[in-house]
Design a protein around this ligand. Structure first.
Ligand code: NAD
Ligand code: 0WE
Length: 260
């Protein structure tokens, strides 16, 4: 039987067909999960509606707007989940944002507002989404929470800047949430993915050369695809990952492990 049959998942961070969260949604649906997909504002609603229509019927998707900076929108998502499905079993957090100017100038020039915004959207939102999921997951005997990170949390990459600081906070949040929620059988993990040309990578100056560096140096001598991140996500979200929590799983072709 499919490994996620009867499970309900909330997936935050689908923008278009190239989104890592979309690959995870497709993989979870293929494993029999029912899905709630959120989109950031009306701008992305049509995109996500068209994508949701391509999911297998068993996914029975619910679409909701959710700007993760809004407690009211987050509350509305969980209220709708309670009404339609009675609860949630897993959460995929794939939202990240920093002002573009903060990804183009030296990190020491980051403004207070830019820092706050990047940390709010890219790190605190995991805490805000988890907080509301906990009672429902607990009532169902446990749950699994997954977020997406990047090696810039651990190393200083040119131009990644405040996003690296936000990813460091995100990865630390994974460990603290895992420590809190383990006794409730709720697991919390991250995947640190290698660079992939998604919307969040568009217009990043030098992104092509970052991709090429991974092709040149990663042990697998290539970059990773969203479907490969999704397969690792299914492991962490599903029954095969039942012994794993507080982990940051590198899905980057091994790039993180090598030096010069
Ligand atoms: P993407 O642009 O498809 O996804 C980013 C998502 O964040 C979008 O859906 C966007 O709508 C959402 N978002 C931004 N601000 C938001 C807000 N205020 N409220 C709600 N949603 C908001 O790009 P992606 O590459 O699939 O990114 C998904 C995750 O993967 C991000 O956390 C990113 O940091 C991480 N990641 C990406 C790469 C890469 O190279 N593409 C590598 C490692 C990790
Ligand atoms: O997490 C990311 C990107 C996140 C991101 C992207 C954007 C572009 C558009 C956050 N905020 C914004 N704001 C925008 O206005 N990645 C892991 C991909 C990425 O982004 C980089 C990278 C890599 C890798 C930026 C600089 C250097 C490397």
């Amino acid at each position: 039987m499919a490994s996620m049959t009867g499970k309900v998942g909330l997936i935050v961070g689908v923008a278009n067909k190239r989104s890592i969260s979309w690959a995870i949604a497709q993989a979870a649906a293929a494993e029999g999960a029912q899905l709630v997909l959120t989109h950031q504002g009306e701008r992305l609603e049509e995109n996500v509606r068209e994508l949701a229509a391509t999911l297998p019927e068993s996914a029975n998707p619910l679409l909701m707007p959710c700007d993760v900076t809004s407690d009211a929108e987050i509350d509305a998502v969980y209220n709708a989940i309670e009404t339609k499905y009675g609860g949630v079993d897993f959460l995929v957090h794939g939202a990240a944002f920093a002002d573009r100017e903060d990804l183009a100038k030296p990190f020491y020039e980051t403004s207070r507002e830019g820092f706050k915004k990047a940390l709010d959207i890219s790190a605190f939102s995991l805490v805000a989404l988890t907080r509301r999921a906990v009672p429902m997951m607990e009532a169902r005997g446990g749950g699994s929470i997954l977020t997406l990170s990047y090696l810039g949390a651990e190393r200083a990459f040119t131009n990644y800047n405040v996003m690296g600081v936000a990813k460091a906070a995100l990865e630390s949040s994974v460990r603290y949430l895992a420590a809190d929620l383990g006794p409730k059988n709720i697991r919390v993990n991250a995947i640190s993915a290698g660079p992939i040309k998604t919307l969040a990578a568009s217009g990043i100056s030098g992104f092509s050369s970052i991709l090429q560096t991974y092709r040149d140096r990663a042990p697998l001598r290539r970059t990773v695809e969203t479907s490969e991140v999704a397969d690792a996500a299914i492991f962490l979200l599903g029954p095969a990952g039942r012994g794993v929590t507080a982990e940051v799983l590198m899905v980057d072709g091994g790039f993180h492990a090598v030096g010069v």
